[in-house]
Write a protein that binds this ligand. Structure first.
Ligand code: HEM
Length: 169
């Protein structure tokens, strides 16, 4: 439902008004009317993506830091080995997209809450969306175009860098 300025608003409100009380200080009203339920969907998305991120991040940390040699195993060839498996490609892709969309939407909320000038809000959100898009696109490209078997100019595998499975290729 659209949030609208209530002429009966008692300002300043005593404490913080309950959401949807209608008694919202007009300086916090960011858009006059809205027929879409975008904000409700964004609210649900934060809860659903938050729950998914707990699982995604916990498994990510467990596999990288607790299994095998733990932190000592993390190097180029460890990452290459993981991304040779489509399951981890998909895992990392989902983590990237969800964390970026969740974090960006969270920052959008903070900007809407705290930046009072229309132009400041517009600029901050433009920068936010642009940087999120760059990171999502670059990250996605890296996951799918990653080359694990690096070679020198003569075509020989780079020793100590390329993972074991490259030697059989
Ligand atoms: C580990 C799992 C995570 C859970 C369970 C989680 C959960 C949540 C929830 C429920 C909210 C909404 C809070 C509200 O509306 O009052 C939120 C807000 C937010 N989250 Fe997450 N989150 C997680 C990870 C992340 C990550 C990885 C990032 C950064 C990339 C992030 C950045 C934010 C930001 C910036 C906000 C807005 C804070 C605010 O409104 O004050 N969160 N998170």
């Amino acid at each position: 439902m659209a949030t609208q300025a209530n002429p009966e608003a008692v300002l300043p409100a005593q404490g913080i008004e309950a959401p949807r009380s209608g008694r919202i200080d007009p300086k916090y009203l960011r858009s006059r009317t809205s027929r879409s339920n975008f904000e409700m969907m964004a609210w649900v998305f934060m809860r659903v993506s938050g729950a998914a991120l707990v699982v995604l991040i916990f498994v990510h940390l467990w596999v990288n830091l607790m299994v095998g040699d733990g932190i000592h195993q993390i190097d180029f060839s460890f990452v290459a080995g993981k991304w040779a498996n489509p399951v981890w490609q998909f895992w990392d892709l989902t983590m990237l997209w969800l964390a970026m969309l969740h974090g960006t939407n969270g920052m959008r909320t903070i900007i809407n809450d705290y930046a009072e000038k229309d132009s400041t809000r517009a600029w901050l959100k433009a920068i936010l969306y642009l940087s999120a898009a760059v990171i999502i696109i670059l990250g996605t490209m890296v996951i799918f175009t990653f080359e694990p078997c690096l070679t020198d100019e003569a075509g020989n595998l780079l020793e100590g860098v390329a993972p074991e499975f490259c030697h059989g290729v």
